[in-house]
Ligand binder design. Sequence first.
Ligand code: HEC
Ligand code: HEC
Ligand code: HEC
Ligand code: HEC
Length: 450
Amino acid sequence: MIRYFFSSRARPAYRFSVMLLIAVGGCLMQRAALSEDAASEPAKYLGVVTCSGSTCHGAPHPLVDSKVNQNEFITWHRDDAHAKAYRVLLEEKGQRIAHNLGLDNAATASECLNCHANNAPEAQRGKRFQIADGVSCETCHGPASKWLGTHVTGEASRADNLKVGMYPTEEPAARAKLCLACHLGAENKFATHRIMGAGHPRLSFELDTFTVLQPAHFRTDADYRSRKRVASHVETWAVGQSAAAARTLELFISQKGQGAGGLPEFAFFDCHACHHPLTELRWAPRASAGLPPGVPHFNDANLLMLIYLMRATDAQLADELHAGLLALHKASLESADAARTAARSVQATLGKIDSKIRGHAFTADETRGILTSIVRGGRDGEYRDYAAAEQAVMGAHALVDSLPASGGDAAKTAQLNAQIKTLYAVLKDENAYQPARFSAEMKTFEAALQ
Ligand code: HEC
Ligand code: HEC
Ligand code: HEC
Ligand code: HEC
């Protein structure tokens, strides 16, 4: 899936909004739903219909005099891919994948529902819960039965709501965990190579880019900032990389790392190493992989981003991660056990890196340093894999977007954005990706950064 390379990152609404701040009011209580709550029971998912009343989150237009837009339902329903995540399972493309896998019906198979809907246990489904809601409000914001009442009357604070099941979507690490569960995988859900082979699109995710791409149903104005922390693009990107790398290794070490017939699970490897035309020879040595030609290799895109991030901020940890990655690639040629052992050692390094990144207020100098470092990796031909090139461009975009906020100059930013557009164009067709051309464009980017 590459269409986000064309959808130029929509400007986040908070850059423009100056809103009047008047306390929320007038939202009708959903009494039927409230009566489902019992303190001893697990919190229940009440269904989108519970949120979408016209005086709640289903107003036809954003309400300027309210704390929140109140038309979140309309934005989600009309523009957000999550609202149709269940529906695609009923459509031809969903049914064809299921058919190829020998499943009766994609829309009833938990292999699909776990990511394409809120496939909550029966006991947590309220009376108005609908699986057909797809990736619904409560899939992200948490089951509402224990907070809906005080949420509607406005008596509860954010902290109160979080205690009873609302999810901290504003915190980058928590958000990364939430999104990655479906956009990468989790213990109970994973898009295996069999699912890919049946026709599922390749998954690709970068937390900051996808946050910007999801049609915004919230505005980070002054009132928002008085209630919640707004993480910068660079922090969101960095935390997202760390979480994605950690999740990949965790899944790789688990049973999910095993494919059929003693082979490793191919979904952890670079797709294009195996899937590219034989007439276009492209192998070349890569310092961060250290592998000979003719072997599949672990998809290390997130790890590469973290190596270049740390190069700019903590050279020792960058070297440690680099050594760990080389060992992982080497071990993956030996045996599954050796690969798992090497992956565990990389996990330990990632733990140290994560504690440096989380909540870190990246300065403008640091941001520029990281951007330069990421771009140099591209110039040096380290992003030969399409997945790494894709991460580098999404990352560079997030970093450039962070610069004005931390004191960069506008003309420079426009020049950098133009170069980012060119890089997206180089990545337009993953099947025609030319690593050499990408490196050349990264070199031009480096010159623009001077
Ligand atoms: C690990 C989570 C996960 C699992 C499991 C999963 N999907 Fe998906 N699926 C996604 C995500 C995420 C996307 C969107 C990819 C993107 O655009 O980046 C997607 C996209 C799709 C699309 C393309 C949607 C479109 O609008 O073009 C179809 C069709 C699809 N999935 C069907 C299935 C079917 C059928 C199954 C079960 C066999 C399944 N998926 C299992 C996460 C998953
Ligand atoms: C894919 C995940 C996802 C889905 C689905 C989703 N949201 Fe959100 N929502 C977010 C994120 C991320 C934010 C921004 C972080 C924050 O403010 O907590 C947000 C913010 C909000 C806010 C802003 C709150 C404020 O403090 O100003 C409201 C209100 C909201 N969502 C309501 C809804 C409603 C109603 C639905 C369903 C119609 C919905 N959301 C669906 C992820 C989601
Ligand atoms: C329960 C699973 C789930 C969760 C959680 C989830 N997503 Fe998704 N997301 C999907 C699926 C499935 C699709 C594809 C839907 C389709 O195209 O039919 C998707 C699509 C998207 C798209 C559109 C991609 C494209 O190719 O156009 C964006 C952007 C996105 N998600 C962002 C996010 C963000 C940001 C978060 C976390 C705040 C998040 N998602 C959380 C399952 C999920
Ligand atoms: C180690 C090599 C290898 C890797 C890595 C690999 N694949 Fe495959 N893939 C194969 C083989 C072998 C087949 C089966 C080809 C056949 O049946 O003709 C296949 C089949 C497929 C097919 C079906 C092709 C068809 O013509 O029907 C798709 C789609 C696919 N893979 C996607 C992916 C994606 C996406 C990734 C990365 C997440 C990936 N593959 C990683 C080797 C690989």
